[in-house]
Design a protein. Structure first.
Length: 660
């Protein structure tokens, strides 16, 4: 059953089109992932579907009484409320009903006769509706959702205004999940979630009874939560059935098919143009007509543009100005806490580090454990409460801040880079900025006006230019689209220096690290491998979240195995297909051989005609009428033979074209 139908939808901002002639259906029970480059129109599409934005043209049909929730990248909580009040506001009907049930209980204790019967009837009706609308469970649901999203009991009475941006996003997500509407629109729901919370959210959404439309750049998350992909590219929307990995494979196949078609058409155009030139060169009336006919056909041929495998991609390469010593970082017994006396809060203690040149370390752990704090201690921006920390010889650290606080919001993009790297002139800087997709007037935008992805690209550019040999990165893939993430990951793999990366991006954690360091209150647990190894080893501890992740992996493996079995051909089918392919290949070789022989015969005939024409031009032949007459007759016969050979060649060419 279709919940939303969209037909020929169009949306532009000024003269710039964002969505053109977009049509699709959202069916009940769909789990849809919306993917595309930053600025492709993903959020615009969701805002239109949610009714926050009107399209320029097109039709949108929604099921009557459809309830939906919309998690934006920026929440819109009214100021002044506490965490508890914001959550309980969702259940205002239940609270009023709860109060009325208490009043009815009191009134029934005093009433008698018909009045008591009426009150009992009202109480029974209201209590049934109260139970159906989660009246007896909503408080425990609030606590359960908040705890799962890393809000402990001491958060309940905190004003929302004092929460960080990440905490507000998680709170908005909690509110959406508690409302449990028919349709959930989620715009980057995985931002600011640690790995444990991500696993919980995946499991929750897999069991969610409603319909999901999710914008996300988290490839791992999409693989585990969606069954359809809406790919937005070049203002167009294409629907792919399957998860993200299936979409990526299908897109690769489509690109390869389009490229083969493009190359075939280009080859055909070149071949036809060569034939037309050859025919015109001989000047016979019949061949000239054939050439003109072919020119008309050539003018009508569909000439596709060369397919582009990816949209514009940043070009990123990290290089170190100076190689560090073998020992990059050593630390022993590091600890850090905040607050004083009774308010003192310990983040971590007993942290030991021994990092060598070329190590690629990914640092994981729950939100609030102190991962960013540890990076700042390594940079020397924060002191340790206890322990020692020492950087090795020639170590030059560079830092990527996930909040982009190192950028001056009042500067333009060009000035922000030039103020740090003054030895570059504006032409050089604009060339570098162009590699990071800041082109034309984009370089004169103020930093405060940039989108999250643009700020991330600007920060990566400055880090690339730093020449650092120790890169410290705090959630560097947040706000990057999938294409930019892939370029970034490849650049990290090619970097000859040392990496320490705080990340919850599980695709990155599978691809980059030589070791994963899990930070906890009592120190660091080291896993010498990638994310799969880390998950396997941490799963053996038997935690609830690890169990959920393991069960999800088993279901994924079973599904993949079933798909693989269904895709296999029987032995008889494979033999038949091999025989068919063999016969086609033999026929193709025979046709190619015949065509080559025909071309050779044409070449010989053309040489013979040219030789006779040359002899006729000689003075001794021209002066001898008998020789001239004989050669003229021979020339006419040679031209007839050439035209016959042309006809045979053309027949073979057309037969080959029909086969293609």
């Amino acid at each position: 059953m279709s919940l939303i139908s969209v037909s020929k939808l169009n949306k532009s901002y000024g003269v710039k089109p964002v969505l053109e002639d977009v049509s699709f259906h959202v069916n009940k029970g769909d789990r849809i992932g919306v993917v595309g480059a930053n600025g492709a129109g993903k959020s615009t599409l969701i805002r239109i579907l949610a009714g926050d934005l009107q399209p320029d043209s097109g039709d949108i049909f929604r099921e009557r009484d459809l309830s939906f929730g919309y998690l934006r990248q920026r929440d819109h909580f009214p100021s002044g409320g506490t965490v508890r009040e914001e959550m309980e506001r969702i259940f205002s009907w239940q609270q009023k009903a709860e109060k009325r049930l208490a009043e009815l209980t009191e009134e029934m204790s005093r009433a008698s006769g018909p009045e008591a019967a009426s009150l009992i009837e009202e109480y029974d009706s209201l209590s049934r509706e109260f139970a159906e609308r989660r009246g007896y469970s909503y408080r425990s649901e609030i606590k359960g959702i908040l705890n799962s999203l890393a809000f402990t009991d001491d958060y309940l009475d905190k004003p929302v205004d004092i929460l960080s941006g990440g905490e507000r996003t998680r709170l908005a997500l909690a509110a959406m999940l508690l409302e449990a509407p028919d349709l959930l629109f989620l715009d980057e729901p995985t931002n600011h979630l640690d790995i444990g919370t991500l696993k919980w959210l995946e499991q929750y959404l897999r069991s969610y009874k409603g319909t999901l439309v999710i914008i996300s750049h988290d490839r791992y998350f999409l693989d585990r939560t969606v069954n359809r992909i809406f790919g937005i590219e070049g203002c167009k929307l294409t629907v792919y059935e399957g998860n993200y990995s299936w979409y990526a494979e299908q897109k690769r196949r489509i690109y390869e098919e389009q490229l083969r078609h493009y190359e075939h058409v280009q080859e055909e155009i070149r071949r036809q143009e060569d034939m037309i030139r050859t025919m015109k060169g001989h000047g016979t009336e019949h061949l000239v007509k054939r050439a003109q006919s072919r020119e008309k056909r050539l003018a009508m041929i569909d000439r596709p543009d060369r397919p582009v495998e990816y949209d514009a991609r940043i070009r990123l390469k990290f290089e170190e100005d100076l190689q560090s010593g073998t020992d990059v970082l050593q630390a022993q017994g590091l600890s850090k806490s905040f607050g004083e006396g009774a308010d003192r809060r310990l983040l971590f203690e007993n942290v030991d580090l021994d990092i060598k040149r070329g190590d690629r370390i990914c640092l994981v752990g729950p939100n609030g454990i102190g991962k960013t704090t540890l990076l700042k201690m390594i940079l020397g921006e924060l002191p340790a409460d206890s322990g020692t920390l020492r950087l090795g010889q020639n170590v030059m650290p560079g830092y990527y801040d996930q909040e982009q606080r190192l950028l001056d919001p009042e500067k333009t993009v060009l000035d922000e880079v030039h103020s740090t790297y003054i030895r570059y002139d504006q032409t050089e800087l604009r060339s570098l900025l162009g590699r990071f997709l800041f082109r034309g007037d984009d370089v004169f935008k103020k930093v405060k006006d940039l989108a999250g992805g643009e700020k991330a690209r600007l920060s990566l550019l400055k880090l690339m230019m730093s020449g650092a040999n120790l890169l410290l990165m705090d959630e560097p893939t947040n706000h990057l689209d999938i294409q930019a993430k892939e370029v970034f990951e490849d650049a990290l793999l090619e970097f000859p220096g040392t990496l320490i990366i705080v990340s919850h991006d599980r695709y990155l954690l599978k691809k980059i690290p030589t070791a994963i360091y899990e930070l906890g209150p009592d120190g660091i647990e080291i896993y010498l491998g990638d994310y799969d190894y880390y998950e396997e080893k941490s799963s053996s501890a038997g935690s609830g979240r690890a169990y959920l992740s393991r069960m999800g992996k088993e279901r994924m493996t079973q599904a993949e195995a079933a798909e693989g079995a269904a895709a296999k051909l029987s032995k008889q089918e494979r033999i038949a297909k091999m025989q068919e392919d063999k016969a086609k290949a033999a026929a193709k070789r025979k046709a190619e051989k015949q065509l080559a022989q025909a071309e050779e015969a044409v070449t010989e005939a053309e040489s013979k005609v040219a030789s006779i024409e040359e002899q006729l031009c000689r003075p001794e032949v021209f002066a001898d009428p008998s020789k001239s007459a004989g050669l003229s007759a021979e020339l006419a016969q040679a031209k007839d033979e050439l035209e016959r050979l042309y006809e045979a060649w053309m027949t073979l060419q057309e037969s080959a074209e029909a086969e293609l």
